[in-house]
Design a protein around this ligand. Structure first.
Ligand code: DGY
Length: 321
């Protein structure tokens, strides 16, 4: 029997992450990348000291209460922890960690791709060319919104939000933000702070969401808030689907109040919202904000760093519960 901690890696991770995990832990891997149900999570927990899950595994209060007391730590392979009921896991004495920082560049890349793609009608154009439906050209053809020099509003000026702000500055955008707390000048880098969301919405020709999903931010962009954006604004969401009321978004796009939107995250994942398919003004991706080779390795290593610290009797750097 191995004297290494027994670790369940619930999804298929990068080869480098799995090799390091196999070296240091007694690993139960998931080479077929199966998705486990709540009942399976509970049953399997009796076999392990630690779990390394992704945001696809949901540790609700009910699951947390029924996990084996053998499990001492859940070291998430994600920065978002809305799939974990942190209070319930803490009450079970389970340490929870996440992987901040390492995915900020990759996620901001996807946010900017969505911003540009939505503004310049990328999915519509791509579909047209593929379908052989590009039959004419004129100066009035496929005219979109220019990004350069416009105002970019950022909700949540944390790590990803600040990288997004920098990318926006690269396009000469004027950056505005709303955050729970105003940042110090060296982190603000010239961005204009708004102490309430409505004021930010009023000036945001482009609005990009970078805050976590919590009970307070669920439906943050509802009908009333979408109406506060300037006519012709563009919304980008790479954070969590729960932040946007999807029925209200469809109405705002259909009425033309919003010119377009770019989404990497949805209320229903995987799958997305079937009603979105009819909207040419939506540019969508399947939750791939952090999906680069570099970032997958960095996320895996960060989760393993947290496990290593925990099993060495130290405080994991990214403890969230
Ligand atoms: C995160 O890390 O939260 C990303 O959404 C991928 O899970």
């Amino acid at each position: 029997m191995s004297d290494k901690p027994r670790l369940w890696i619930t999804r298929k991770l990068s080869a480098a992450t799995e090799a390091r995990a196999q070296r240091d832990y007694d690993v139960i891997p998931n080479p077929e990348d199966e998705v486990f149900s709540a009942e399976e999570l509970i049953a399997k927990s009796a076999e392990v000291d630690a779990i390394l899950p992704c945001h696809s595994e949901v540790f609700s209060a009910d699951v947390a209460a029924r996990l084996s007391d053998r499990v001492k730590i859940i070291a998430n392979h994600s920065v978002g922890v809305d799939h974990c009921d942190l209070a319930a896991l803490k009450a079970q004495g389970i340490v929870v960690t996440n992987t901040p920082d390492v995915l900020s560049d990759a996620t901001a890349e996807i946010a900017f791709l969505l911003l540009l793609g939505a503004a310049r009608r990328a999915s519509e154009g791509d579909r047209m060319v593929r379908a052989g439906a590009w039959t004419s050209w004129s100066p009035a053809f496929m005219v979109g919104q220019q990004v350069t020099g416009k105002r970019l509003g950022i909700v949540g000026m944390g790590r990803v939000g600040r990288v997004m702000a920098r990318r926006g500055r690269g396009f000469d955008m004027e950056v505005h933000y709303y955050n729970r707390k105003r940042l110090p000048p060296e982190l603000e880098e010239g961005a204009t702070f708004h102490d309430n969301l409505d004021d930010l919405l009023a000036v945001s020709e482009f609005l990009s969401l970078h805050c976590p999903a919590t009970p307070e931010t669920t439906d943050l962009m509802n009908r009333e808030r979408l109406a506060k954006l300037p006519a012709g604004a563009i919304l980008v969401n790479t954070a969590r689907g729960a932040l946007v009321d999807e029925a209200a978004l469809i109405e705002a796009l259909q009425s033309g109040h919003l010119a377009a939107a770019g989404l990497d995250v949805f209320r229903q994942e995987p799958g997305g919202n079937p009603a979105f398919a009819a909207l040419d003004t939506l540019f969508m991706l399947p939750h791939i904000g952090s999906a680069t080779r570099d970032t997958r390795d960095a996320m895996g290593f960060r989760a393993l760093d947290n496990l290593d610290a925990f099993f060495a009797g130290r405080e994991p750097a990214d403890r969230v519960a």
